[in-house]
Write a protein that binds this ligand. Structure first.
Ligand SMILES: Cc1ncc(C[n+]2csc(CCOP(=O)(O)OP(=O)(O)O)c2C)c(N)n1
Length: 338
């Protein structure tokens, strides 16, 4: 840090000044990883990427709301900031983007961002939308049966809430008052389908009432609001109060993935206007106003994050691809025909 800022305010419960700066750093690091991923795809170096630009605050707020090393998260493919905030490194992220042999999540088998990091309590997911919601609820049931004070946080987009599996999972969790928190990152689109063509209600949170627990709406472009609301829900679940559905309202700045072109269903003006909701400058202002970030700190943190992403990219690109004999690694437990 170039200058030691003077803290002038009381901090949100459970967060130190260092943790708040670390949250900011993770948001910037994710943004730079995302930008690099899209550039690598356009250079023909990686096959596919999904960006979480516009979701960083919702995801980092959620990551800091859980008890690390105790609680589990079941993320979805857009949760890069969540994963990086929970300890996935830029090197690990780049290994999966380049589909290298050393890719921690699937040895280069899966789509990128299909995390699997048991030592950081991040469960793997399938590409089938909403399939992981039932898995997360099953995990919560297991923790309950083992009498372990563990909460499971399951994340998804608003489009996932149209799937039957989503409703089955929430219904079961409500009946059994399971220790699970559902975080809907509502970015207003499911690929090209806007929310108004996906459901006849304005708020996903309203669906929770049908399952007998609360739904809470929060500003998902504000990491502190998201943190506060998810933390409250997590601790209520741990204390036996059952599930909560948190709807973090955010936005998707980029196309659905590198395979999509949002200009076929959004105007350039609509896309440009999203910049006003960018969570990063907003959180930077919040930290500055409270004396938590000094004059030159933001630029210095950005330089540090850029160096980390550059190093991770070069390193991962130089790693070997999966070998032929690895064809079935992580596919079958003991060979396809045994
Ligand atoms: C069961 C199923 N149907 C369709 C798809 C194709 N698909 C992939 S992502 C996606 C949109 C999901 O939107 P949402 O849940 O809102 O998440 P977002 O991508 O907007 O973050 C769809 C329809 C799929 N993977 N699985």
């Amino acid at each position: 840090m170039a200058s030691e800022p003077k803290v002038r305010v009381s901090l949100p419960e459970g967060l130190t000044a260092d943790a708040l700066r670390e949250m900011y750093y993770r948001m910037v690091l994710t943004r730079l990883c995302d930008e690099r991923a899209f550039a690598l795809n356009r250079q023909g170096k990686i096959p596919f990427a999904a960006s979480c630009k516009g979701h960083e605050a919702a995801q980092v707020g959620t990551a800091y709301a859980i008890r690390r090393g105790t609680d589990w998260v079941v993320p979805y493919y857009r949760d890069t900031a969540l994963a990086l905030a929970l300890g996935v490194t830029p090197r690990e992220q780049m290994l999966c983007l380049f589909a290298r042999k050393a890719d921690l999540f699937s040895a280069g088998r899966q789509f990128p961002n299909h995390y699997s990091v048991p030592d950081r309590h991040i469960a793997t997911i399938s590409s089938i939308i909403a399939a992981h919601i039932t898995h997360g609820v099953g995990m919560a049931l297991a923790f309950r049966m083992r009498r372990e004070p563990v909460v499971t946080v399951v994340c998804f987009g608003e489009g996932a809430t149209s799937e039957g599996e989503w409703h089955e999972a929430l219904n079961f969790a409500g009946i059994h008052k399971l220790p699970v928190v559902f975080v809907c990152e509502n970015n207003e689109f499911a690929i090209s389908v806007p929310q108004r063509l996906q459901m006849a209600i304005p708020n996903v949170a309203d669906r929770a009432a049908g399952y007998g627990f609360s739904g809470v709406i929060c500003d998902g472009t504000d990491p502190i609001t998201t943190y506060t609301i998810v933390r409250e829900a997590v601790e209520r679940a741990r204390a036996g109060g059952g599930p909560t559905l948190v709807e973090a309202k955010c936005y998707r700045a980029m196309s659905h993935t590198t395979d999509d072109n949002q200009l076929t269903y959004r105007t350039p003006e609509e896309i440009e206007a999203l910049a006003a909701r960018d969570p990063i400058p907003r959180f930077e202002r919040w930290l500055r106003e409270r004396g938590l970030l000094g004059q030159d700190d933001a630029a210095e943190l950005r330089r540090k994050a850029q160096a980390e992403v550059d190093e991770a990219t070069d390193w991962a690109e130089a790693q070997p691809p999966p070998a032929e004999e690895d064809l079935y690694t992580h596919v079958y437990a003991s060979g396809p025909l045994s």
